[in-house]
Design a protein around this ligand. Sequence first.
Ligand code: NI
Length: 252
Amino acid sequence: MEFVDTHAHLDMLEGYTEYYIAQAAENNVNKIIIPGIEPDSFGTIAEIATRFKNVFFELGVFPSEAAKWTDECNELITEFAKHPKCIGIGEIGLDYHWDKSFIDKQKEVFIKQIKLANSLKLPITVHDRDAHDDTLEIIDKYNNSSDIVFHCFSGDLEFMKKIIERGYYLAIGGVVTFKKADTLKEVAQKVPLDKLLLETDSPYLAPAPFRGKENQPAYIKYTAEEIARLRNITVSEVAEATTANAEKVFKI
Ligand code: NI
């Protein structure tokens, strides 16, 4: 049995990266993808991916960091994307949860990065928080060719259907283990298994036994166990399907 953690901010964890990679390996997490957040951290995540055989990374400017987007970012991302472990553009999208004062800038930066992903022939990891309709509208309008993964999926069944009918993927993390996450549990139960990915979003959103504490890739098993329980299948089946999907989308 093996897992892929499709979304872990290894660069933001407190301890030594070696420790988290070893813990992950002990818990069958054999591949880890670090998402990009802002230009200043591209060097750090590329360096981590260079050091560890099974770590890959994505490049992207996160919606809350949209103000950091400059014209040079296009070139910077294109240059970093030549790294053999760079496997996607992310996490990019829209976040209306904290601050709605610069929605237009968020949209502009999102659109630019979708176009860039298309030209670089890379899949896109989407961050969508309280912005389902606008996110989908922009993707429909501007994405021509990239595979799309909705990371930390937070929509309902109806939104899930819209994602699935377009051929996109969704990633589920520790939130599904929370007692009151009824909507997400329903999605985890109904989503076609060939469209589901697993993630931790470490160091955030640790699953139920560690809720509120620092999350790490090794904890992905708690999410897999909950999804297996909800679907009445084995954890191995969850691992097998989600690993195959991750390997296919990100070509890892
Ligand atoms: Ni993230």
